[in-house]
Design a protein around this ligand. Structure first.
Ligand code: PEP
Length: 257
Protein backbone atom coordinates (compact mmCIF):
# COMPACT_ATOMS: atom_id res chain seq x y z
CA UNK A 1 0.00 0.00 0.00
CA UNK A 2 2.83 2.42 0.88
CA UNK A 3 5.44 2.89 -1.85
CA UNK A 4 8.93 2.43 -0.45
CA UNK A 5 11.14 5.52 -0.44
CA UNK A 6 14.92 5.42 -0.21
CA UNK A 7 16.67 8.76 0.27
CA UNK A 8 20.39 9.48 0.20
CA UNK A 9 21.71 12.27 2.43
CA UNK A 10 25.06 13.33 0.98
CA UNK A 11 25.67 15.71 3.93
CA UNK A 12 28.75 17.93 3.49
CA UNK A 13 30.41 15.73 0.89
CA UNK A 14 31.38 16.06 -2.77
CA UNK A 15 32.16 18.97 -5.04
CA UNK A 16 29.63 19.97 -7.68
CA UNK A 17 31.50 17.90 -10.30
CA UNK A 18 31.65 14.87 -7.98
CA UNK A 19 27.95 15.25 -7.18
CA UNK A 20 27.06 15.31 -10.88
CA UNK A 21 29.18 12.19 -11.46
CA UNK A 22 27.43 10.36 -8.59
CA UNK A 23 24.00 11.41 -9.89
CA UNK A 24 24.89 10.14 -13.37
CA UNK A 25 26.07 6.82 -11.95
CA UNK A 26 22.88 6.45 -9.89
CA UNK A 27 20.78 7.21 -12.93
CA UNK A 28 22.61 4.51 -14.84
CA UNK A 29 22.10 1.97 -12.01
CA UNK A 30 18.60 2.91 -10.90
CA UNK A 31 16.91 4.73 -13.77
CA UNK A 32 14.66 1.75 -14.50
CA UNK A 33 13.55 1.00 -10.92
CA UNK A 34 9.78 1.59 -10.81
CA UNK A 35 8.77 0.12 -7.47
CA UNK A 36 10.75 2.38 -5.13
CA UNK A 37 10.79 6.19 -4.92
CA UNK A 38 14.38 7.42 -4.91
CA UNK A 39 15.70 10.75 -3.75
CA UNK A 40 19.15 12.28 -3.28
CA UNK A 41 20.10 15.27 -1.12
CA UNK A 42 23.35 16.94 -2.24
CA UNK A 43 24.80 20.12 -0.72
CA UNK A 44 23.08 23.42 -1.58
CA UNK A 45 25.72 24.36 -4.15
CA UNK A 46 25.25 21.10 -6.08
CA UNK A 47 21.43 21.09 -6.12
CA UNK A 48 21.03 22.89 -9.42
CA UNK A 49 23.58 20.77 -11.28
CA UNK A 50 22.28 17.48 -9.85
CA UNK A 51 18.67 18.48 -10.58
CA UNK A 52 19.63 19.13 -14.23
CA UNK A 53 21.05 15.59 -14.49
CA UNK A 54 17.97 14.02 -12.89
CA UNK A 55 15.24 16.20 -14.43
CA UNK A 56 12.55 14.08 -16.09
CA UNK A 57 13.85 10.87 -14.48
CA UNK A 58 12.52 8.77 -11.60
CA UNK A 59 15.19 10.12 -9.23
CA UNK A 60 14.18 13.19 -7.22
CA UNK A 61 16.28 15.86 -5.54
CA UNK A 62 16.01 17.13 -1.97
CA UNK A 63 17.78 19.79 0.08
CA UNK A 64 19.25 19.10 3.52
CA UNK A 65 17.67 22.12 5.22
CA UNK A 66 15.93 25.42 4.53
CA UNK A 67 15.19 28.75 6.23
CA UNK A 68 11.54 29.57 6.87
CA UNK A 69 11.39 33.10 5.42
CA UNK A 70 11.00 33.19 1.63
CA UNK A 71 13.45 36.10 1.10
CA UNK A 72 14.98 39.05 2.91
CA UNK A 73 18.00 40.17 4.91
CA UNK A 74 19.04 36.70 6.12
CA UNK A 75 22.69 36.33 5.21
CA UNK A 76 23.78 32.78 4.52
CA UNK A 77 20.31 31.24 4.35
CA UNK A 78 18.40 29.41 1.58
CA UNK A 79 14.60 29.48 1.31
CA UNK A 80 11.92 27.07 0.13
CA UNK A 81 11.06 29.05 -3.05
CA UNK A 82 14.74 29.02 -4.05
CA UNK A 83 14.82 25.25 -3.61
CA UNK A 84 11.73 24.63 -5.71
CA UNK A 85 13.13 26.96 -8.38
CA UNK A 86 16.17 24.71 -8.88
CA UNK A 87 14.05 21.55 -9.01
CA UNK A 88 13.91 20.22 -5.44
CA UNK A 89 10.77 18.34 -4.48
CA UNK A 90 11.67 17.57 -0.86
CA UNK A 91 13.79 18.74 2.06
CA UNK A 92 15.30 16.96 5.05
CA UNK A 93 14.44 18.83 8.26
CA UNK A 94 15.40 18.39 11.89
CA UNK A 95 18.32 16.06 11.20
CA UNK A 96 20.11 15.32 14.47
CA UNK A 97 23.30 16.91 13.08
CA UNK A 98 21.35 20.15 12.65
CA UNK A 99 19.98 19.86 16.18
CA UNK A 100 23.40 18.99 17.65
CA UNK A 101 25.77 21.32 15.77
CA UNK A 102 23.52 24.23 14.80
CA UNK A 103 21.06 24.32 17.69
CA UNK A 104 17.91 23.67 15.64
CA UNK A 105 15.05 23.67 18.15
CA UNK A 106 11.64 22.01 17.83
CA UNK A 107 10.07 25.43 17.28
CA UNK A 108 12.53 26.28 14.49
CA UNK A 109 12.06 22.88 12.83
CA UNK A 110 8.30 23.41 13.00
CA UNK A 111 8.67 26.74 11.15
CA UNK A 112 10.88 25.08 8.54
CA UNK A 113 8.28 22.32 8.06
CA UNK A 114 5.50 24.89 7.54
CA UNK A 115 7.61 26.84 5.05
CA UNK A 116 8.40 23.67 3.11
CA UNK A 117 4.72 22.73 2.92
CA UNK A 118 3.74 26.25 1.85
CA UNK A 119 6.10 25.92 -1.13
CA UNK A 120 5.02 22.40 -2.06
CA UNK A 121 8.18 20.68 -0.83
CA UNK A 122 7.83 17.35 0.97
CA UNK A 123 9.42 17.70 4.40
CA UNK A 124 11.31 14.61 5.59
CA UNK A 125 11.23 15.27 9.31
CA UNK A 126 13.82 13.48 11.45
CA UNK A 127 13.32 12.37 15.03
CA UNK A 128 15.47 10.17 17.23
CA UNK A 129 16.80 9.61 20.72
CA UNK A 130 20.38 9.66 21.98
CA UNK A 131 22.01 6.63 23.55
CA UNK A 132 21.72 8.18 27.02
CA UNK A 133 18.00 8.78 26.46
CA UNK A 134 17.50 5.18 25.29
CA UNK A 135 19.41 3.80 28.26
CA UNK A 136 17.30 5.91 30.58
CA UNK A 137 14.15 4.33 29.09
CA UNK A 138 13.08 7.68 27.64
CA UNK A 139 12.89 6.77 23.93
CA UNK A 140 9.10 6.93 23.63
CA UNK A 141 8.92 10.19 25.59
CA UNK A 142 11.64 11.85 23.50
CA UNK A 143 10.12 10.76 20.20
CA UNK A 144 6.69 11.96 21.34
CA UNK A 145 8.16 15.30 22.40
CA UNK A 146 9.95 15.76 19.06
CA UNK A 147 6.84 14.81 17.06
CA UNK A 148 4.70 17.18 19.09
CA UNK A 149 7.22 20.01 18.81
CA UNK A 150 7.85 19.72 15.09
CA UNK A 151 4.52 18.42 13.74
CA UNK A 152 1.97 19.17 16.46
CA UNK A 153 0.68 22.28 14.67
CA UNK A 154 -0.04 20.55 11.37
CA UNK A 155 -3.54 19.84 10.10
CA UNK A 156 -4.40 16.30 8.95
CA UNK A 157 -4.08 17.38 5.32
CA UNK A 158 -0.62 18.83 6.00
CA UNK A 159 0.40 15.63 7.81
CA UNK A 160 -0.57 13.75 4.67
CA UNK A 161 2.19 15.56 2.77
CA UNK A 162 5.11 14.72 5.04
CA UNK A 163 7.53 11.86 5.55
CA UNK A 164 8.92 11.05 9.00
CA UNK A 165 12.37 9.53 9.46
CA UNK A 166 13.24 7.72 12.68
CA UNK A 167 16.97 8.19 13.13
CA UNK A 168 18.32 7.07 16.50
CA UNK A 169 21.26 9.42 17.14
CA UNK A 170 23.39 6.52 18.40
CA UNK A 171 23.04 4.76 15.04
CA UNK A 172 23.92 7.68 12.75
CA UNK A 173 27.36 7.31 11.22
CA UNK A 174 28.41 4.78 13.84
CA UNK A 175 28.12 1.58 11.82
CA UNK A 176 25.71 0.26 14.48
CA UNK A 177 22.18 0.12 13.13
CA UNK A 178 19.10 -0.38 15.25
CA UNK A 179 17.91 -3.96 14.94
CA UNK A 180 14.84 -4.43 12.73
CA UNK A 181 12.58 -5.22 15.72
CA UNK A 182 14.02 -2.32 17.73
CA UNK A 183 13.38 0.10 14.85
CA UNK A 184 9.92 -1.36 14.17
CA UNK A 185 8.94 -0.75 17.80
CA UNK A 186 9.60 2.99 17.45
CA UNK A 187 8.03 3.17 13.98
CA UNK A 188 4.85 1.68 15.45
CA UNK A 189 4.91 4.37 18.14
CA UNK A 190 5.31 7.08 15.51
CA UNK A 191 2.43 5.70 13.44
CA UNK A 192 0.28 5.54 16.56
CA UNK A 193 1.09 9.21 17.29
CA UNK A 194 -0.06 10.16 13.78
CA UNK A 195 -3.14 7.90 14.06
CA UNK A 196 -4.21 9.66 17.25
CA UNK A 197 -4.17 13.02 15.44
CA UNK A 198 -5.17 12.06 11.92
CA UNK A 199 -6.58 8.53 11.72
CA UNK A 200 -7.29 8.96 8.01
CA UNK A 201 -3.62 9.77 7.31
CA UNK A 202 -1.63 7.32 9.38
CA UNK A 203 -1.98 4.21 7.22
CA UNK A 204 -0.60 6.01 4.15
CA UNK A 205 2.17 8.00 5.85
CA UNK A 206 5.68 6.87 4.98
CA UNK A 207 8.09 6.27 7.85
CA UNK A 208 11.78 5.90 6.99
CA UNK A 209 14.46 4.37 9.16
CA UNK A 210 17.91 5.99 9.19
CA UNK A 211 21.11 5.09 11.02
CA UNK A 212 23.92 3.01 9.51
CA UNK A 213 21.73 1.50 6.80
CA UNK A 214 23.80 -0.53 4.34
CA UNK A 215 23.13 -3.12 1.65
CA UNK A 216 23.77 -5.87 4.20
CA UNK A 217 21.02 -4.79 6.65
CA UNK A 218 18.49 -2.88 4.53
CA UNK A 219 16.32 -5.82 3.46
CA UNK A 220 15.70 -6.88 7.06
CA UNK A 221 14.90 -3.32 8.14
CA UNK A 222 12.63 -2.62 5.18
CA UNK A 223 10.90 -5.95 5.77
CA UNK A 224 9.32 -4.64 8.98
CA UNK A 225 5.66 -3.68 8.67
CA UNK A 226 6.00 -0.01 9.64
CA UNK A 227 9.36 0.69 7.96
CA UNK A 228 8.59 2.12 4.53
CA UNK A 229 12.07 3.00 3.39
CA UNK A 230 15.41 4.37 4.47
CA UNK A 231 17.28 7.61 4.94
CA UNK A 232 20.85 6.71 4.11
CA UNK A 233 23.92 8.79 4.97
CA UNK A 234 27.40 7.29 4.48
CA UNK A 235 26.30 4.41 2.25
CA UNK A 236 24.57 6.80 -0.16
CA UNK A 237 27.96 8.17 -1.28
CA UNK A 238 28.76 4.86 -2.96
CA UNK A 239 26.53 4.40 -6.01
CA UNK A 240 26.61 0.59 -6.02
CA UNK A 241 25.94 0.32 -2.29
CA UNK A 242 23.07 2.81 -2.51
CA UNK A 243 21.65 1.03 -5.56
CA UNK A 244 21.69 -2.25 -3.64
CA UNK A 245 19.82 -0.61 -0.74
CA UNK A 246 17.20 0.76 -3.16
CA UNK A 247 16.78 -2.65 -4.78
CA UNK A 248 16.28 -4.27 -1.38
CA UNK A 249 13.16 -2.11 -1.08
CA UNK A 250 11.57 -3.63 -4.18
CA UNK A 251 8.69 -5.79 -2.92
CA UNK A 252 9.41 -9.52 -3.29
CA UNK A 253 6.35 -9.95 -5.51
CA UNK A 254 8.02 -7.66 -8.09
CA UNK A 255 11.36 -9.49 -8.16
CA UNK A 256 9.94 -12.95 -8.86
CA UNK A 257 10.08 -14.07 -12.50
C1 PEP B 1 21.87 10.24 8.07
O1 PEP B 1 22.71 11.08 7.88
O2 PEP B 1 20.68 10.56 8.00
C2 PEP B 1 22.30 8.87 8.37
C3 PEP B 1 21.39 8.01 8.73
O3 PEP B 1 23.63 8.59 8.28
P1 PEP B 1 24.31 7.13 8.23
O4 PEP B 1 23.54 6.31 7.25
O5 PEP B 1 25.72 7.38 7.79
O6 PEP B 1 24.24 6.55 9.61
Amino acid sequence: MRRPLVAGNWKLHKTVAESVALAEELLHLLGEVREVDILVAPTFVALDAVARVLRGTRLAVAAQNLFWEPAGAYTGEVSAPLLTAVGCSAVILGHSERRQHFGDSEAQISRRVQAALASGLTPIVCVGETLAERRAGRTAAIIGQQLEGTLGALTPSELRSIVIAYEPVWAIGTGVSAGPAQAQEVHALIRAWVRARAPEVSAALRLLYGGSVKASNSAALLGEPDIDGALVGGASLDAREFAAIVRSGVPASCTQP
